[in-house]
Design a protein around this ligand. Structure first.
Ligand code: ADP
Length: 561
């Protein structure tokens, strides 16, 4: 009943511990892993990263357009300030426009329209290009008609804007191929209320293509990279009506465009209407970046999850081990109490019997005295074991090595056990080489080791009652063997029996009282002597413990670790 209760409590404790571990660690860890995993899945499914990059690109393109507009309008304002007033005469106007063209090589044409007519001047150097010459002629013809019919309306519209400029961007031809020009038209101070005065100029297509756009694009990309870093970007300006295929022909790019379509595009709305902006990563795509990111995150999550699982397994292992140790300790206490109680009860019984004076024969009395002595010796041995063990545990165990006649030590120790051995019906074989040199040992410790081994042989023998003790020399080592024909030790237990509190699972072992300390003490003692202990055993056939002591090495005082 008692045992059942203990078992139940042990199980309950274990259950409670596992529950705590589960609730406090496993559950949050699992939740964390699950939430991260589903978040990543959602990221992957909804292409969150791609969408964020696209939004960012949109914004970048809008800012770039704004900057380009600002710069173009600023340039137009500068030019307008240089314009002659409409009431100067035609010659003077031409001269002034020529001066503006000379000062601003990024212009192709400059013109002024008022009641007196249209004055249009073109960059003399560029007039070698037959297409520019033709353009010049075309503009003189069409602008006159255009401004005279729509000039007034145009000006009214312009005055409603914060900046009174109109811009027109469109394709044209040059000797070296297709080109795009942008024309700015602005209001000049009106000579009188009804008279109109319009000024304007055309940006040189080469300037736009080779300086203005690349410069602005470069600036945007550099700004973006210095703000955010990441994969290098590349931008381009291209004709808006162009189908975005692989053969898109950019007008200007910020670097090396390489292969592929822009990730995000934006049609210019104001100054450069008719053109469009595009942006992409250099050498990679948003899709590829998103995929790499998601894969990497999954990998990191997997590694972290493995670490968490590893940690949990380790914790569980350690906790189980600690619990097993705690169980062993409590078993130890109950076993030790039992072991103490048996000799004490015997001593008391025999002492009381003697005291009552009922024993009359001297022989019987002698036998009782002997039993009392033996039982007190057993008690002493057990208490010594416990004391030694606690000293070892506290790191206070010390050995005192003295050159000793080991044959005599072993013989004397066995002699004091001979009666017990023989009384238990054991065949006892003692084989001691008496020609051994003196060995530096701690007498008490070696005797205790031997007593432990002999006691075990007596405890763990069934019907086959045999005890053999052998002491001999082999290659500079003194060997002490204690053999029995008892129950033996299973192979898997053989390495563990030297651990403290360990007891094999054999039913006979469990029916025999023991503390699981003896062999751990024997091992400690032998190792302190610079020696070692080994076991050879076959279950059901018997065991042999071989204790090896070096002849010379351990001569100094060794303190137990
Ligand atoms: P205890 O004998 O108090 O249990 P020990 O440390 O002396 O502790 O022994 C540890 C275990 O090793 C024993 O419980 C037993 O299972 C096993 N053992 C030790 N000696 C023998 C032996 N001679 N024959 C069989 N098993 C043994």
């Amino acid at each position: 009943m008692k045992l059942k209760r203990k078992g139940f409590l042990g199980g309950f404790n274990r259950y409670r511990l596992m529950l705590t571990l589960g609730l406090a660690v496993v559950l949050p860890a699992a939740a964390l892993i699950y939430v991260n995993f589903s978040q990543l899945r959602a990221f992957e499914r909804d292409k969150v990263l791609e969408a964020a990059i696209h939004r960012d690109f949109q914004e970048m393109l809008a800012i770039t357009e704004k900057k380009m507009n600002k710069k173009a309008i600023g340039m137009a304002e500068d030019v307008r300030n240089l314009f002659p007033s409409p009431d100067t005469d035609a010659d003077e106007k031409e001269k002034k426009l020529d001066r503006i063209l000379a000062q601003s090589p990024w212009l192709t044409h400059a013109f002024l329209y008022d009641e007196k007519g249209l004055v249009l001047r073109s960059q003399p150097k560029q007039m070698d290009d037959k297409y520019i010459r033709e353009e010049h002629g075309r503009m003189i013809e069409s602008y006159h008609v255009w401004f005279s019919s729509e000039g007034k309306m145009m000006l009214e519209g312009m005055h409603k804007k914060s900046k009174p400029f109109n811009f027109y961007t469109g394709p044209t031809r040059r000797t070296d191929g297709e080109a795009y020009i942008t024309t700015a038209i602005f209001a000049l101070p009106q000579p009188s209320k009804d008279e109109i005065a319009i000024g304007g100029f055309t940006f040189d297509s080469c300037y736009l293509q080779n300086n203005f756009f690349p410069g602005m694009l470069e600036e945007s990309v550099t700004q973006k990279m210095s703000d955010q870093g990441g994969s290098p970007l590349v931008m381009m300006v291209y004709p808006a009506e162009m189908e975005m295929g692989h053969d898109v022909k950019p007008l200007a790019v910020s670097g090396n465009w390489g292969e592929g379509k822009p990730e995000v595009t934006r049609n210019f709305e104001n100054v450069f209407r008719g053109l469009a902006l595009g942006v992409k990563f250099q050498g990679t795509s948003v899709k590829a970046l998103g995929e790499t990111w998601v894969h990497r995150s999954f990998l990191i999550l997997a590694c972290l999850s493995l670490l968490i699982i590893g940690g949990l397994v380790l914790t569980r292992h350690i906790v189980s081990k600690e619990m097993a140790l705690a169980r062993l300790k409590s078993d130890f206490v109950s076993n030790v109490s039992h072991e103490l109680r048996t000799p004490l009860a015997l001593i008391r019984l025999y002492a009381e019997t003697l005291e009552l004076g009922r024993i009359t024969t001297q022989e019987k009395k002698q036998q009782y005295y002997r039993i009392i002595r033996k039982e007190s010796e057993r008690l002493t041995a057990l208490i010594n074991n416990i004391l030694d063990f606690s000293r070892i545990e506290a790191g206070r165990k010390e050995y005192e090595f003295r050159n000793t006649d080991i044959a005599e030590l072993v013989h004397n120790t066995l002699e004091s056990y001979r009666y017990q051995i023989e009384q238990q019906g054991f065949a006892f074989e003692e084989n001691i080489d008496s020609n051994l040199p003196a060995v530096p040992v701690d007498r008490e410790a070696i005797a205790r080791a031997l007593v432990n081994l002999v006691n075990n042989a007596l405890k763990y023998s069934g019907e086959e009652k045999f005890l053999g003790v052998k002491l001999y020399r082999e290659n500079g080592v003194v060997k002490l063997e204690v053999a029995d024909h008892g129950i033996g030790i299973a192979r898997r237990d053989q390495s563990k029996i030297f651990e403290k509190f360990y007891r094999a699972g054999d039913p006979l072992v469990h029916n025999t009282k023991g503390s699981g300390l003896g062999l751990s003490l024997v091992r400690h003692i032998t190792q302190a002597h610079g020696g070692d202990i080994a076991v050879e055993s076959t279950p059901g056939k018997g065991s042999k413990f071989i204790l090896s002591l070096p002849l010379s090495s351990a001569t100094q005082q060794v303190s137990a670790s």
